[in-house]
Design a protein around this ligand. Structure first.
Ligand SMILES: Nc1nc2c(c(=O)[nH]1)N=C([C@H](O)[C@H](O)COP(=O)(O)OP(=O)(O)OP(=O)(O)O)CN2
Ligand SMILES: [Zn+2]
Length: 137
């Protein structure tokens, strides 16, 4: 999928798309049919930027980004995850959670990549963009 990415001055920008399947429910009757357990094939787009590459010539390993998120969420009930103990697993909170997981992972890398945004598509017609405020970077 092609999505817009924010303007930046980094030399390299990387985008990783992948899918995972998971179930969820929104535990509030105001969510209507979405308060029942149901499943989605979630589509994720992660944008990473930076000025330096690692010894392999990678900004970030594409496969590591995918496995970081898929190993946590694929074929699970999202409501069971500790990250969704206090907030319901909506597209918005999922996009923010994935951003936080990616940012924790890349903060360990020596070449200083940053995550610019995460896009989480829940259905063919519904998706969310999570982009941190500039002072958070
Ligand atoms: N702001 C949000 N609204 C809704 C969310 C959400 O995460 N954030 N989630 C849901 C449900 O989980 C649902 O699975 C998705 O809803 P919706 O886009 O309405 O799905 P439909 O397939 O019914 O949409 P169509 O318009 O028929 O394509 C609900 N709202
Ligand atoms: Zn849903």
């Amino acid at each position: 999928m092609n999505y817009n990415t924010p303007m930046h001055d980094y030399t390299f920008e990387l985008n990783k798309d992948f899918n995972f399947s998971a179930a969820h429910y929104i535990p509030d009757e105001r969510a209507g049919k979405c308060s029942n357990v149901h499943g989605h094939t979630y589509h994720v787009n992660i944008t990473i930027a930076g000025n330096e590459l690692d010894e392999l010539g990678f900004l970030v390993n594409f496969g590591e980004l995918k496995s970081l998120i898929s190993s946590a969420f694929d074929h699970t009930l999202l409501n069971d995850h500790k990250r969704f103990r206090d907030v319901p697993p909506t597209s918005e909170t999922m996009a923010k959670t994935i951003y936080e997981m990616v940012t924790e992972y890349i903060s360990e890398l020596d070449n200083n990549p940053v995550c610019l945004q995460v896009i989480l598509r829940e259905t063919p017609t519904s998706y969310v963009v999570y982009r941190p405020k500039k002072e958070m970077r």
